[in-house]
Design a protein around this ligand. Structure first.
Ligand SMILES: NC(=O)c1ccc[n+]([C@@H]2O[C@H](COP(=O)([O-])OP(=O)(O)OC[C@H]3O[C@@H](n4cnc5c(N)ncnc54)[C@H](O)[C@@H]3O)[C@@H](O)[C@H]2O)c1
Ligand SMILES: O=C(O)C(=O)C[C@]1(C(=O)O)C=C[C@@H](O)C=C1
Length: 313
């Protein structure tokens, strides 16, 4: 199979950058893969692991002559990295990113020169691990990758990036950036904050946690601790850059929580039962639609498409 891009530059060689390198190699989707990460330690690890064909000593060196550049750094670092690589980018290069937030990243990428094609994207795949050792080639298999194209953007560049992600195993779909940020606030950002909070609450209960919480933790709490082990820098940046949507969802969450809290206090068993019946049906609907059952597979593309409703419905 011929490569989709001749020279792919990955800025950031952690879980996502490392996995892209490995998946692209598996697929033969890149002629040559050049990587760069800010820390000397990460660059040394990437070399030791053989993640890329070449690990550059600067971001500008990595992107020179590339026909695809993917920014795989925390959302809060996108603007500085884009400003740094701008002068070194070739005419017509496709510049993309994998940031978990799209509106703020698109604004950050405005510092890029006009002669490049910007095509923002977000693979809905990850784990709680970070750093170069955590990457693996199968991460994107049968996962969604959402592309959030810019108005008036180059359709050829968008198509080439979509084909690249398909070669890496992903199912590519398009979404408007604002809708992306609202949907992800519900399905990823708020749940992470809730997990962080739940584990924080347990930790505050030192009397209990010291001796007993870990020992007797059941599957539900363990799932929370997995999510709450996710990278602090990445998640700080997600919340600071998707403020409006996250606050909107957390506001709704708090209202529902208070309603359930009241039902418990007043002994309203019917309300609790009705609520849990509704949420159980949602889970069963996902499974019926062909989505895998295990929690980490939640972002996998279903084998049979569910009914996808528009925001107004
Ligand atoms: N972890 C996930 O589950 C997941 C899933 C999808 C998308 N994302 C997004 O992917 C991006 C990377 O996340 P990750 O999980 O790979 O993180 P990571 O911590 O594993 O890797 C981040 C990499 O960026 C490098 N870096 C940080 N600041 C930099 C800078 N200023 N210049 C150059 N390199 C810099 C780090 O050295 C590291 O190599 C983030 O934007 C995140 O929102 C993460
Ligand atoms: O599986 C996990 O550990 C993840 O948190 C992955 C996850 C998610 O919330 O689904 C996290 C952030 C992303 O931007 C995309 C995927």
């Amino acid at each position: 199979m011929s490569a989709h891009f001749e020279r792919v530059a990955l800025i950031g060689l952690g879980l996502i950058g490392g996995s892209i390198a490995l998946a692209a190699r598996r697929a033969g989707a890149a002629g040559r893969i050049v990587g760069y990460a800010r820390s000397e330690q990460t660059r040394a690890a990437a070399r030791r692991l053989g993640l890329c064909d070449e690990v550059a000593e600067s971001a500008a060196e990595a992107v020179a002559g590339a026909d695809l550049v993917i920014l795989c750094v925390p959302v809060g670092a996108m603007r500085a990295v884009a400003a740094e690589i701008g002068p070194a980018l070739a005419e017509g290069v496709v510049v993309s990113d994998v940031g978990s937030v799209k509106g703020a990243v698109i604004a950050a990428l405005e510092v890029l020169p006009a002669h490049v094609h910007v095509v923002p994207a977000h693979p809905l795949a990850g784990t709680e691990h970070s750093g170069p050792e955590s990457g693996f080639a199968e991460l994107f298999d049968n996962r969604y990758c959402l592309v959030t194209p810019l108005p008036g953007g180059d359709s050829g560049a968008k198509g080439r990036l979509a084909d690249f992600w398909r070669a890496l195993g992903a199912n590519v779909e398009e979404m408007a950036p604002e809708r992306h940020d609202l949907v992800l606030a519900v399905t990823s950002h708020a749940p992470h904050l809730i997990a962080y909070t739940m584990v924080g609450v347990a930790d505050d209960m030192r009397r209990v946690t010291k001796s007993e919480v870990i020992k007797y933790s059941a599957a539900g709490f363990r799932d929370f601790t997995r999510i709450a082990a996710s990278d602090p820098t990445m998640w700080r940046d997600v919340f600071l850059n998707n403020k409006a949507a996250t606050l909107e969802i957390l506001g709704r969450f708090t209202e529902e929580l208070f309603a359930l809290q009241r039902a418990i206090r007043t002994g309203d068993g019917d309300q609790l039962h009705d609520y849990f019946t509704r949420t159980r049906a949602i889970r069963r609907g996902i499974i019926d639609a062909g989505q895998d059952t295990a929690a980490p597979d939640f972002g996998r593309a279903p084998t049979r498409k569910p009914d996808v409703r528009k925001p107004s419905e």
